[in-house]
Design a protein around this ligand. Structure first.
Ligand code: GLC
Ligand code: CA
Length: 516
C-alpha cells in the first residue's frame, strides 16, 4: 500500500446517503442530519464502516444541492453546522469515516461569488467565473449563459444553466479571455476551494467525493491540465496539511485520477463502459439470462487494475443518485449474485442507500429538483411497513415513497435470514474476517472468456488466498482446466463443485473458496 493511502481505506466499505431521502427526524418530510445520526447503528449493523453523503450545503436546489449557494453552511432543511460536527463525532465513535461531496467545478447562480462576478465594475470576483468579452460572444466549448446582468459578456456553464463554471483556467487557449491555469485569478479560485476543504476537514470530515473532478480545466482534451491541478492540490496541500484525508473522484478513468493523486476513483456509468456491461446494457453479465460478455468488463478492468493497484483503489458501485437502481433489471436472487461480486472485488465498494434491500426505481416520476430520469432512484428509504415506510410522519415527503415498501423494507428483511439484506451482511462479515478480501489485497483473473460463464478470480494477501466463482446465469456452467482445491466458506445458491481441473458452477450462484 502506497504511504499516501490512509490505513482505514483497506477495510472501508462505503454507504452513499442521499440526505433528503434517508430519515426525517423533525417531521418536515425531508431527511436530515439528525436522521443520519439516528440511523448510524443500522448502517454499522449491516457492516458498512464509511459514508459518502451527497451535498448538504445551502442551495436553491436546482440540481438537488449540486448547485451550492454557500460552501460553508449546512442547508437549513438538513440542520445546522453543529449537527454536521456531531455527525462526524458520532460516526468516529463507531469507528466509521465520513466523506462529504465537494463540488469544485461550479456554484449556483445564487452564490455570492457569482453575484459579484456579474457586476459591471471590476472586482475580486470578476474572473472567478469564465466570461467572454461581449454578450455576443458565445462560449462554445462549454455552453453559456447570457443576458443575466449588466456585465457585458457571456458566462460559461458546467452542467445545468444555473451552474456556472468556476474559473480554473484553460489548457489550450484560443481567446484572450481564456486565462492560463497559473493566472492569479485562477489560482485564487484554487485557493478558495482549498479553503473550503480546510473548513470541513477541520470540522472533522475524513475527505471528499469530488464532483466532476475532471471538469475543472477547460479545453484540456488529454486532461493534462486538470491532472497538474490535482497533483498540486494533493502533493502541495492535502498530503502536507491533511495526510489522513481520502478523496474519491467522479472521474471514471482511474489511471488518470489515481495518477494525479486521488486515492480512489469510481468505475462509472459513463466513460469506458465496463460498469454498463455488468449491469446496464441490453444483456448485462449479471442477468440470469446468461447472455452477457464478461470480457467487456475484464478487458478494461484488468488493465486498469494493473495500472493502479499499487497506488489507489478502483471503486465499484451498486448504483448512485445518477443511475437507475440495479433492481430495475434484476430480481432479488440476481441482486444477491451482484453483491457477492461487488463485495469480494478489490477496491472500496460503494453501496447506494436502499440497494442493500433491493429498493425499486420508481418509474415515470415527474422530475424534481433537477432529477429528471434520476428522480426515480432518489425516493425515501424504506425502513418498515408503517406510514411512509417509516421515513417521515409528514403527509408530504421529499419524493413519494415507492409503493412497494410494504413488501420491501429493512425491518422485514432484518427478520428474514434469506433476505438480500442478510446476504449483504454476511458478505460484509466475510470481508472483515478474511484479509484476502480487503481493498488492497491482490486480484488475479482466473477465468473470463468471451460470451461464457462463470467468471472466476482469486484474491490474496500474503498467505491467504480466496477464489470467487460467479455464475449469474440460470444454467449450470462447467469450465475446464481450472485447478482449485480448498474449502467453501460461503455461497449464494448451491456452492460450486471442483475437482480434477473441472469447475461446475450451479445456476445463479456465487462461491467463495478458501484455497489450500
Ligand atoms: C455529478 C453529480 C450529479 C450532478 C452533476 C453536476 O455528476 O453526481 O448528480 O447533477 O455532477 O454537479
Ligand atoms: Ca427533516
Amino acid at each position: 500500500m502506497d504511504k499516501r493511502i490512509p490505513k482505514w481505506l483497506n477495510d472501508a466499505v462505503f454507504y452513499e446517503i442521499y440526505p433528503q431521502s434517508f430519515y426525517d427526524t423533525n417531521k418536515d418530510g425531508i431527511g436530515d442530519i439528525n436522521g443520519i445520526i439516528e440511523k448510524l447503528d443500522y448502517i454499522c449493523g449491516v457492516g458498512f464502516n464509511a459514508l459518502w453523503i451527497n451535498p448538504w450545503y445551502d442551495s436553491p436546489f436546482n440540481d438537488a444541492g449540486y448547485d451550492v449557494r454557500d460552501y460553508k453552511k449546512i442547508a437549513p432543511r438538513y440542520g445546522t453546522n453543529a449537527d454536521a460536527e456531531r455527525l462526524f463525532k458520532e460516526a468516529h465513535k463507531r469507528g466509521m469515516h465520513v466523506l462529504i461531496d465537494l463540488v469544485p467545478g461550479h456554484t449556483s447562480i445564487e452564490h455570492e461569488w457569482f453575484k459579484k462576478s456579474c457586476l459591471p465594475e471590476r472586482n475580486e470576483f470578476s474572473d472567478r467565473y469564465i466570461w467572454s468579452n461581449s454578450i455576443w460572444q458565445e462560449i462554445t466549448d462549454a455552453g453559456s449563459l447570457k443576458g443575466i446582468s449588466a456585465r457585458d459578456g457571456a458566462v460559461a456553464l458546467n452542467f445545468f444553466s444555473s451552474q456556472p463554471a468556476l474559473n480554473y483556467g484553460y489548457y489550450n487557449r484560443t481567446q484572450d479571455w481564456q486565462l492560463p491555469p497559473d493566472h492569479p485569478s485562477c489560482l485564487a479560485t484554487r485557493e478558495a476551494m482549498k479553503d473550503v476543504m480546510r473548513f470541513w476537514l477541520d470540522m472533522g470530515c475524513d475527505g471528499f467525493r469530488v464532483d466532476m473532478a475532471a471538469s475543472l480545466i477547460k479545453q484540456d482534451p488529454e486532461r493534462k491540465g486538470v491532472m497538474e491541478l490535482w497533483k498540486d492540490v494533493f502533493y502541495n496541500f492535502l498530503d502536507k496539511e491533511y495526510p489522513e484525508a481520502a478523496l474519491v473522484s467522479e472521474w471514471g478513468n482511474p489511471s488518470q485520477s489515481i495518477g494525479c493523486g486521488f486515492q480512489m476513483d469510481f468505475l462509472l456509468q459513463f466513460g469506458n463502459g465496463a460498469y454498463n456491461s455488468l449491469f446496464k446494457v441490453e444483456n448485462p453479465f449479471f442477468s440470469k439470462k446468461g447472455k452477457g460478455d464478461i470480457t467487456l468488463f475484464t478487458d478494461i478492468y484488468n488493465k486498469l487494475y494493473r495500472e493502479t493497484c499499487e497506488k489507489g483503489l478502483i471503486c465499484l458501485i451498486s448504483g448512485n443518485h445518477d443511475v437507475f437502481r440495479l433492481s430495475r433489471k434484476f430480481d432479488e436472487h440476481e441482486l444477491k449474485v451482484c453483491f457477492a461480486f461487488l463485495l469480494s472485488m478489490p477496491g472500496a465498494p460503494y453501496i447506494y442507500y436502499g440497494d442493500e434491500i433491493g429498493m425499486k426505481y420508481t418509474e415515470n416520476m415527474i422530475s424534481f429538483e433537477g432529477g429528471y430520469d434520476r428522480t426515480g432512484a432518489r425516493t425515501p428509504f424504506q425502513w418498515d411497513d408503517s406510514f411512509n415506510a417509516g421515513f417521515s410522519p409528514n403527509e408530504k415527503t421529499y419524493l413519494p415513497v415507492n409503493p412497494c415498501y410494504k413488501e420491501i423494507n429493512a425491518k422485514k428483511q432484518q427478520n428474514n435470514p434469506d433476505s438480500l439484506l442478510n446476504t449483504v451482511k454476511e458478505l460484509l462479515q466475510l470481508r472483515k474476517k478474511y484479509s484476502a478480501l480487503k481493498a488492497f489485497s491482490k486480484y488475479q483473473c482466473i477465468y473470463a472468456e468471451k460470451d461464457k460463464y462463470p467468471y472466476i478470480y482469486k484474491r490474496s494477501d500474503g498467505g491467504q488466498e480466496i477464489a470467487v466463482i460467479i455464475n449469474p446465469s440460470e444454467r449450470a456452467e462447467i469450465c475446464q482446466n481450472v485447478e482449485l482445491s480448498g474449502e467453501v466458506i460461503y455461497s449464494v445458491g448451491k456452492p460450486a463443485s471442483f475437482n480434477g481441473g473441472n469447475v461446475t458452477a450451479y445456476p445463479q450462484s456465487a462461491t467463495l473458496i478458501l484455497l489450500k
